[in-house]
Design a protein around this ligand. Structure first.
Ligand code: IP8
Length: 267
């Protein structure tokens, strides 16, 4: 049985899709990340990916995040949001398996229920059996049922923090479309200064300044994603945010090598 603490990799939707388009996957980047995961050769890895231009535009169109408002078209929207996430997940799975990684997809909507947007219930039986057999579980931000709202959107980042806390993860690596966190948007400001290391207290101070996402993002852009990770950092689990679109950054972060990006630790 695999007793090692898990390492959790979040692959941002901003990296593996074009967030300014709709249903636009960056298959080259997905393939390169899969290659780097294979190279890192970890048997305690959990992968979670975001929604990018698959989940977010559909969830926004039908108001899935705010819950069911007695509008039957929203039910179709819930189904469609989950479905487009399975399409993106299929592309990620294709690539991981093609790279000979024993990856198995776990649909959050089939094993998690939230209450007011926070995970309340997780049926972990299958998940634990997978870990025992040393598979690489792959989860994703999803449309899920919610005990108070009817349904909502559960972000990949909340799933990451939830699993990290539950299984006391060794570390979290988050791959995004920039080389970590900056004091302003590096895509529009060439003088943006990167944060190499942040304590939790420093992170909370800069949090309001963290940029909005490009394109539609129902889970709150970088600031929202960081907020979801805070409980894990509070428990002492370090988070490295690095550029998934840049060659070898994910590999280096997974294998504890120095990498361009931001390391966030409790103190
Ligand atoms: O991109 C959101 O996941 P995230 C998934 O990790 C959906 O916030 C369905 C919009």
């Amino acid at each position: 049985m695999n007793q090692a603490k898990p390492i959790i990799l979040k692959i941002g939707g901003s990296a593996i899709t074009d967030k300014t388009g709709e249903l636009a996957a960056n298959t080259q980047i997905i393939n390169r990340i899969a290659e780097e995961i294979k190279r890192a050769d970890l048997d305690n890895l959990i992968v979670v990916h975001g929604g990018g231009s698959f989940g977010h535009p559909t969830a926004a169109k039908y108001g899935i995040k705010d819950g069911y408002k007695d509008d039957p078209t929203q039910k179709l929207g819930f189904a469609e949001t989950h479905h487009v996430m399975t399409v993106l997940n299929g592309l990620v799975m294709d690539s991981l398996i093609w790279h000979e990684i024993p990856a198995v997809s776990v649909a959050p909507s089939s094993c998690m229920v939230t209450e007011n947007g926070k995970v309340k219930f997780f049926d972990e039986t299958v998940f634990q059996a997978m870990a025992k057999m040393i598979f690489t579980p792959v989860l994703y931000g999803d449309a899920v049922l919610d005990e108070k709202l009817g349904f909502t959107v559960l972000s990949g980042d909340q799933i990451v923090a939830y699993l990290a806390l539950k299984y006391n993860a060794e570390k979290i690596v988050v791959g995004v479309d920039t080389d970590g966190l900056f004091d302003s948007d590096p895509k529009t400001n060439p003088n943006a200064k990167p944060y190499k290391h942040l304590t939790l207290a420093e992170l909370k101070l800069i949090q309001p300044k963290l940029g909005k996402a490009e394109g539609t993002d129902v889970t709150g852009g970088m600031a929202g994603k960081i907020a979801e990770l805070i409980p894990a950092i509070e428990q002492g689990i370090p988070v490295t945010i690095t550029g998934a679109t840049k060659a070898l950054s994910i590999y280096r972060a997974l294998t504890d090598q120095s990498v361009l990006g931001t390391v966030i630790e409790k103190t």
